[in-house]
Write a protein that binds this ligand. Structure first.
Ligand code: NAP
Length: 204
C-alpha cells in the first residue's frame, strides 16, 4: 500500500526569517515524521495593519536563502502570488488539490496564532484540511494555551497540537528593532539572510 505523504506547511510573515523558525520546522519534521516542510511567506496578510510589512519579494528571497541547505525544506510562492488578502484556508485548499488525496497536511505556526485562530476566515475548514501544530517559545504560558486548545476542541472537535521548541526565543520584531538601532543580529538568523538585510538596507 502506498504510504501517505506527510507535508508540513510553515506559514509565516517571515519578516525576517530567523533560527527560531528553522528550529521549529526541523522539530516539527522530526516529531511528526514529515516528508518535507514547505515555507510559505504570507502575501498580503489581513491581520498586519499596524506596521508596514516588508515587500513580499524580499521576505521570499530571505526565506530561500535561509532554507537553502536543508534538503527537506522548500519555499512556495503560493501566497505571494495570490492577489488580495491571503487567507490560510485558501492556501490549504490549493495545496490539498495540488498534492492530492494521499497527502496529510500539517500547518505549523507560532502558538500566539492559536489565540487569534477563531477570528480566521473559515476556521472550521482550516482545521479540517490540516493538523494544526502550535509551536511554543521557552517560558510560554502553557496553561493559557491549554485552555484555548480545549475551547477549540469543544467548538470544532479538532485537536491543535502544541509543540515545545527549545531554543526558539528569537523574534522577528526584536530583529527588526535591533537593525533599526544599529545593534548586531549576528547568530540570530542565517548569515546569508543577515547579509541580505545589510545590503538591501531593510529595517533601518
Ligand atoms: P504572527 O501573528 O506575526 O506571529 C505570531 C507569533 O508566532 C509570533 O511570535 C511569530 O514570531 C510566531 N510565528 C509566526 N509564524 C511562525 C512559524 N511558522 N513557526 C513558529 N513561530 C511562528 O503570525 P504570522 O507570521 O503573521 O502568521 C502566521 C501564519 O498564520 C501565516 O501563515 C498567516 O497567513 C496565518 N494567518 C492566517 C490568518 C487568516 O487566514 N485569516 C490570520 C492570521 C494569520 P515571529 O514574529 O518571530 O515570526
Amino acid at each position: 500500500m502506498k504510504k501517505t505523504n506527510r507535508v508540513g506547511i510553515m506559514g509565516g510573515t517571515f519578516d525576517p526569517i530567523h533560527y527560531g523558525h528553522l528550529v521549529t520546522a526541523e522539530a516539527a519534521r522530526i516529531n511528526f515524521g514529515l516528508d518535507e516542510v514547505v515555507f510559505i511567506p504570507t502575501g498580503n496578510p489581513p491581520h498586519k495593519k499596524d506596521y508596514n510589512v516588508t515587500p513580499a519579494e524580499d521576505r521570499y528571497l530571505m526565506t530561500v536563502l535561509a532554507i537553502n541547505n536543508n534538503p527537506y525544506f522548500k519555499v512556495s510562492r503560493i501566497e505571494i502570488e495570490r492577489p488580495g488578502y491571503t487567507y490560510t484556508v485558501d492556501t490549504l485548499k490549493q495545496l490539498g488539490e495540488e498534492y492530492g488525496p494521499g497527502t496529510s497536511l500539517f500547518f505549523i505556526s507560532g502558538a500566539d496564532a492559536v489565540f487569534d485562530i477563531l477570528t480566521w476566515k473559515d476556521v472550521d475548514e482550516v482545521l479540517n484540511y490540516c493538523t494544526f501544530i502550535a509551536a511554543t517559545r521557552p517560558r510560554y504560558p502553557v496553561k493559557k494555551l491549554e485552555e484555548k486548545l480545549k475551547e477549540i476542541k469543544e467548538l470544532y472537535g479538532k485537536e491543535v497540537i502544541p509543540l515545545q521548541v527549545p531554543g526558539m526565543d528569537i523574534s522577528s520584531t526584536d530583529i527588526r528593532n535591533r537593525v533599526n538601532k544599529g545593534l548586531s543580529i549576528r547568530y540570530l538568523l542565517p548569515e546569508e539572510v543577515r547579509k541580505y538585510i545589510d545590503k538591501s538596507g531593510l529595517y533601518r
